[in-house]
Design a protein around this ligand. Structure first.
Ligand code: 3PG
Ligand code: MG
Length: 403
């Protein structure tokens, strides 16, 4: 495997798999983190005197159109990225309306040093997700060197993320700078961590987080559990949780996680109190309660003041912090305080020397909302990919280049 920074791209075309699966509303990009994340890789190729062919997916066009026939492929176009990226790069980005057409091939072949071409959404073709070999081979003809910089999609064994790598010799396939940075940050947390190591796990469902918690039981000293998933633990222990979120089919599992943690000497911290609401709405009536004594008709939508103090103490004493998932419904102002306080505690610990990694769509949205993203050590561009990495899985997009 060649190191990207050691490669000179002069007069070469880099075919870069990026993850431009960014939120776009009415043609406007509302969060450009992933696009900005790919810029250093693109710029290095251009600065070397090479040219760039970018490929990405956006959304899940074929699956969504099957469910909602009023949608068309045009609703999933990467076109809005063209002018946006042109501005960021200060150079006109070309566009090919079909990722493997003759026209796309021609445009890629005609690229001159310093030029950039973006291919239309790879998932217009079912072959992309199927990891079709012929489709992968066709894509591979678009560049001289294959660069995978799509950490956000590294958990998919798709044509452009994994299968394509076999069509490039070892010295012509490599990770981009974003992918490298993501792997270094994740390894820092998983394998080079300083103790105490606290994992903060939140979000709605325990079922989504079982594997990551199980894997972290062998690595972390402390696991903080917040968000809707906490109530499954309280109910499993016999608490009253009112109308709070609960996965009744996961009660046994919650108990078994607590038991395993005890056996392994890992401290699990559940939020002692909650901000409760009479309905799931921004204008709900609110009160506070112990998290295992939520009155009937009420639901916990954020962690309470005691829980904030309890969690802050653990976080501020940590040397390594992993944060995946919010503490409450931070999208609604009434229920954002817990998540905000935890974000501030992570920032404080970081300023005192801890290494902190924030990942997973919602916690990243939270640190962005509170303008704290630049005050933690690393913000991951991976949602599902980040989760699977910390579950201990080998990601196909990484394996394809490494092995
Ligand atoms: C993501 O945002 O999760 C990645 O871009 C991968 O997309 P997917 O979940 O549709 O495969
Ligand atoms: Mg996903």
């Amino acid at each position: 495997m060649k190191k990207f920074s050691d490669h000179n791209f002069e007069n070469q075309r880099a075919l870069i798999r990026v993850d431009f699966n960014v939120p776009i509303k009415n043609g406007t990009i509302t969060d450009d983190t992933r696009i900005r994340g790919a810029l250093p890789t693109i710029k290095k190729v251009l600065d070397d005197g090479g040219s760039v062919v970018l490929m990405s997916h956006w959304g899940r066009p074929l699956k969504d159109i099957e469910k909602k026939p009023n949608l068309t492929l045009a609703d999933f176009s990467l076109k809005p990225v063209v002018s946006y990226l042109s501005k960021l790069l200060n150079t006109e980005v070309q566009f090919a309306e079909d990722c493997i057409s003759e026209d796309a091939m021609q445009k890629a072949a005609n690229l001159k040093p310093g030029q950039v071409l973006l291919l239309e959404n790879l998932r217009y073709y079912k072959q992309e997700e199927k990891g079709d070999k012929d489709f992968s081979e066709k894509l591979s003809k678009m560049g001289d060197v294959y660069v995978n910089d799509a950490f956000g999609t590294a958990h998919r064994a798709h044509a452009s993320t994994a299968v394509i790598a076999q069509f490039f010799p070892g010295d012509k396939k490599m990770f981009g700078l974003l992918m490298e940075g993501e792997i270094i940050a994740a390894e820092e947390v998983l394998h080079n961590n300083k103790k105490p190591f606290t994992a903060i796990i939140g979000g709605a469902k325990v079922s989504d987080k079982i594997l990551i918690i199980e894997n972290l039981l062998d690595k972390a000293t402390d696991i903080i559990i917040g968000g809707g998933m906490a109530y499954t633990f309280f109910k499993a222990e016999g608490g009253q949780i009112g109308n709070s979120l609960c996965e009744d089919d996961r009660l046994d599992m919650a108990l078994s996680l607590l038991k395993k943690a005890e056996e392994k000497g890992v401290s699990i911290h559940l939020p002692s109190d909650s901000i409760i609401a009479d309905k799931f709405a921004a204008d709900a009536a609110t009160s506070s309660a112990l998290s295992n004594e939520v009155p009937a008709g009420w639901m916990g939508l954020d962690i309470g003041q005691m829980a904030i103090a309890q969690f802050k103490k653990v976080i501020c004493e940590s040397k390594t912090i992993l944060w995946n998932g919010p503490m409450g419904v931070f999208e609604m102002d009434k229920f954002q305080h817990g998540t905000k306080a935890i974000a501030e505690a992570v920032v404080e610990a970081t300023s005192n020397g801890a290494f902190s990694l924030v990942g997973g769509g919602d916690s990243v949205a939270a640190v962005n909302k509170f303008n704290l993203a630049d005050q933690v050590s690393y913000v991951s561009t991976g949602g599902g990919a980040m989760l699977e990495y910390f579950e201990g899985k080998e990601l196909p997009g990484i394996a394809a280049i490494k092995n």
